[in-house]
Design a binder for this molecule. Structure first.
Ligand SMILES: Nc1ncnc2c1ncn2[C@@H]1O[C@H](COP(=O)(O)OP(=O)(O)OP(=O)(O)O)[C@@H](O)[C@H]1O
Ligand SMILES: [Mg+2]
Length: 503
């Protein structure tokens, strides 16, 4: 059988970066082929070349046995190669339906006017097929990241693609949404569509992929059949060494003083009567389903969203926080889950982003000292977090997705806050860097920082937390100590309202 796609000796350089070097890759019809590799390994670059976003420097691409070189995404799409990008590319000021059919909107009889009804009906049909309860008329900018991700997927499905590339499609989805996506993938596979699947969630590999190709430092490592290979072996190929796992939690440390106390906080429908305390040296896990209100609690405490009522105490003193700068003045930091919207100035360079939130400190120095200190700080964090960038003056938008996430972390570590909210800190981060970040969070706690870690990955919550607060529909439904917490108990609390309503 002729492969649907066959890539040979493909190379691509960016200024200062060898992104791909003589890479090979093959995709069969009806196959789900996972593409794995660490942050910056070259996965997105390879996919963007296939989808006509970038041009290659050298090498061959055969599509159905024919040599191709797509000059634009539109050309690739017309030939049947579709892509769902890692960073969402939607128009916030347009509706869901307009985003799905952008550039292909159905017209009225004279071809002059947009046929809104038809547009919305077509969008409703696709969303219905996906079992996604979204109103096609909603503005995309008002949706959660998870819903926006679903719109991207709907858009890709609206073309009848023969090859569908999915670059980290599940990074913002909850378990039910992932199950839905996998159902759609299996449907497409049964129709003979070839799917290239990129993810840093190792457990998804076994569930969905037939074969795996591993890239490392822009080079091809191997292609293996998923069924015959262990996840551990794939990780070994990705990182080129065996990973030391973070030691599991080892019982409570001595109790530190209270760093933050939140009392009866109300802020919108997703923050209802929320109270909790956080101690120095502690990692407090926030668990719950997507939309339970965890991010909203962090945003309210940080002053990013208005508080209706309730009080926040920092080290026992009442702290009236009305805007993020108030929170920062009280040494509270918040690492946003949505790095593009709140975390980064992507048009600025790496070092400016790292020192940005702490400019005052640098401005008090003279020009010469300032320059050298900024340089030193940036290179310190580039090393500490193993950020892959050709230099400290590279624009952040040119880094790979996972490396952008690391910049957000660096930025807040530089600020040296006493209380830190980490919202999905390992989203989009590769397995190796994940364990580095776990070690870092532990080290921060040991230095006496007080940490809230919001995460949708239960194993991560269980492994890292001293205590776990569980939320459901805007309320705290329970608190568990590390020793009593299990996945089952957390899930039970996370779905408590539903069980209550059913009873
Ligand atoms: N437009 C660009 N200009 C300059 N360098 C780039 C550009 N796009 C990617 N790179 C660099 O090429 C390398 C590969 O990046 P790529 O985005 O393909 O990685 P990735 O495997 O998708 O990583 P991640 O898991 O973090 O998404 C990185 O070093 C990145 O910084
Ligand atoms: Mg990528």
């Amino acid at each position: 059988m002729t492969p649907l796609i066959s890539v040979n000796k493909l190379s691509k350089r960016f200024p200062g970066v060898r992104a791909l070097h003589e890479v090979q890759f093959e995709l069969m019809a009806g196959e789900v082929h996972a593409l794995m590799g660490e942050n910056g390994a070259g996965k997105s670059t390879l996919m963007k070349i296939l989808a006509g976003v970038y041009t290659r420097d050298s090498g061959d691409i055969l599509y159905d046995g024919q040599s191709v070189a797509f000059a634009s995404p539109r050309e690739a799409q017309a030939a049947g190669v579709g892509i769902i990008h890692q960073e969402l590319q939607l128009m916030n000021h347009l509706s869901v339906a307009q985003n799905i059919f952008i550039g292909r909107e159905p017209r009225g009889r004279l071809g002059l006017f947009l046929d809104e009804d038809k547009l919305n009906a077509q969008a409703r049909e696709i969303l219905g097929r996906m079992h996604v309860p979204l109103d096609p008329r909603t503005l995309v900018g008002s949706l959660t990241v998870a819903s926006q991700q679903m719109v991207e997927i709907a858009k890709a499905l609206s073309f009848d693609s023969r090859v569908l590339i999915m670059d980290e499609p599940t990074s913002a989805l909850n378990d039910a949404e992932i199950a839905e996506l996998f159902r759609i993938i299996r449907q497409l596979k049964a129709r003979g569509v070839g799917i290239i699947y990129i993810s840093h969630k190792m457990d998804e590999l076994k569930q969905i992929s037939d074969r795996v190709t591993v890239l490392r430092d822009g080079e091809y490592v191997a292609t293996v059949s998923t069924a015959d290979t262990s996840v551990q072996a794939i990780i070994g190929m990705m990182v080129g060494r065996t990973l030391a796992d973070v030691a599991p939690y080892e019982g409570p440390r001595s109790e530190g003083e209270v760093a933050l106390e939140v009392k009866h906080l109300n802020a919108g429908p997703l923050v209802r009567d929320v109270s909790f305390t956080l101690r120095k040296g502690e990692i407090l896990g926030f668990a719950g389903l997507m939309g339970a209100g965890r991010t909203e609690v962090a945003r309210a405490v940080f002053g990013a969203d208005p508080i209706e009522s309730g009080e926040v105490f920092v080290k026992g003193v009442k702290a009236p926080i009305k805007k993020p700068s108030d929170a920062v003045a009280h040494s509270i930091g918040y690492l946003s889950e949505d790095r593009k919207r709140f975390g980064l100035a992507t048009g600025m360079d790496v070092e400016s982003n790292i020192v940005m939130s702490n400019l005052g400190k640098f401005l008090s120095m003279n020009l010469f000292l300032r320059r050298s200190h900024i340089r030193w700080t940036a290179s310190h964090f580039i090393n500490l977090l193993a950020i892959r960038t050709p230099s400290a003056t590279q624009q952040v938008r040119l880094l790979s997705g996972g490396n952008q996430q690391k910049i957000v972390i660096a930025k807040w570590l530089e600020r040296d806050c006493d209380v830190l909210f980490f919202d999905e800190p390992t989203r989009g981060i590769d397995v190796g860097a994940k364990s580095e970040i776990y070690k870092l969070l532990r080290a921060l706690a040991e230095q006496g920082k007080a940490i809230v870690m919001i995460s949708s990955e239960l194993p991560e919550i269980l492994r890292m937390s001293d205590r776990i607060v569980v939320m459901c529909e805007g309320r705290i439904t329970g608190e568990l100590s590390a020793s009593e917490a299990t996945q089952e108990r957390i899930m039970h609390l996370a779905t408590q309202r539903e069980t209550l309503q059913a009873a």
